[in-house]
Write a protein that binds this ligand. Structure first.
Ligand SMILES: [Zn+2]
Length: 267
């Protein structure tokens, strides 16, 4: 079981874990508590809510989503509160709710090339069969963004897009200066990164005056210097691919970024 860590005055963080569980946060204000992403299953969400209750006696009344990928939203019904989502995320939640999540349904989608075996294996491990998936629909839908005032803490939600998922949004928590990124900096499910989508996203991310950055599937909370270094590696990789220059003996991160930008170029 992951441990809950208080990373700033108002923000609690649960680290990502297997099979595909993302980072979850709660922002505890004087009046309201907001959850950032809901988790991969009711079990995952329950672990987070119980740990938060034990730690701070806070109970989130609302959750806001970074994007619609299953591992971030399948736990939403367990919260039994309001769901806030970007318009495209909200549309996708309706589609996810209508899909067949049984082993047979997953296997059919693999056979049709609509899902990867890796994705299906993660779903099967997180939600043992026979599984019933209840996908909570959005209650509040935004386009560009919105602000939530929790009492002593404010969360600004902003739609940012990017290669990973067009519906990606981030949450900036003040006065804590924490930026909750979800998966927005990652490559697409097909493994691609593009300058067209990644570069404007980098500008937006660096435009927040954040000190701490929580990424969807990174096992540590990052500093500004670490995010700047990651973005620097992305710029380097994109440039090397565009110029066709030979690069040797890079670190593992850069190798993966080179692959992703190469794949993005030849789409
Ligand atoms: Zn994702």
């Amino acid at each position: 079981m992951s441990v809950l860590t208080k990373i700033s005055e108002h923000v609690y963080w649960m680290a990502p874990g297997p099979p595909d569980r993302p980072s979850l946060c709660a922002v505890v204000g004087d009046r309201r508590t907001l959850m950032l992403d809901a988790g991969s299953s009711s079990v995952h969400t329950r672990e987070f809510l119980d740990a938060l209750w034990a730690e701070s006696a806070a109970r989130p009344s609302t959750v806001v989503y970074t994007h619609s990928h299953w591992d971030h939203v399948f736990g939403g019904a367990e919260l039994d509160g309001q769901v806030i989502a970007h318009a495209w995320t909200a549309e996708r939640l309706i589609e996810l709710a209508a899909m067949d999540w049984s082993d047979e349904g997953l296997d059919r989608r693999i056979a049709a090339g609509l899902a990867s075996p890796h994705h299906a294996a993660n779903v099967k491990q997180e939600l043992p069969s026979p599984r019933s998936v209840e996908v909570a629909p959005a209650d509040v839908v935004f386009q560009d963004g919105l602000e939530l005032h929790l009492g002593g803490a404010t969360v600004s939600v902003r739609h940012v897009g990017g290669d990973h998922s067009a519906d990606s949004s981030v949450m900036y928590i003040e006065p804590d200066r924490v930026l909750f990124l979800g998966d927005c900096l990652y490559d697409s499910p097909e493994g691609t990164l593009t300058a067209e989508l990644a570069f404007p996203l980098h500008e937006t991310i660096l435009g927040f005056d954040a000190a701490l950055y929580v990424e969807g599937h990174h096992e540590f909370v990052s500093s500004r210097a670490e995010i700047e270094s990651l973005i620097g590696k992305m710029r380097f990789a994109e440039n090397a691919v565009r110029e066709g220059s030979a690069v040797s003996e890079q670190d593992e991160d850069t190798d993966l970024l080179l692959q992703a930008f190469r794949a993005g170029q030849s789409r």
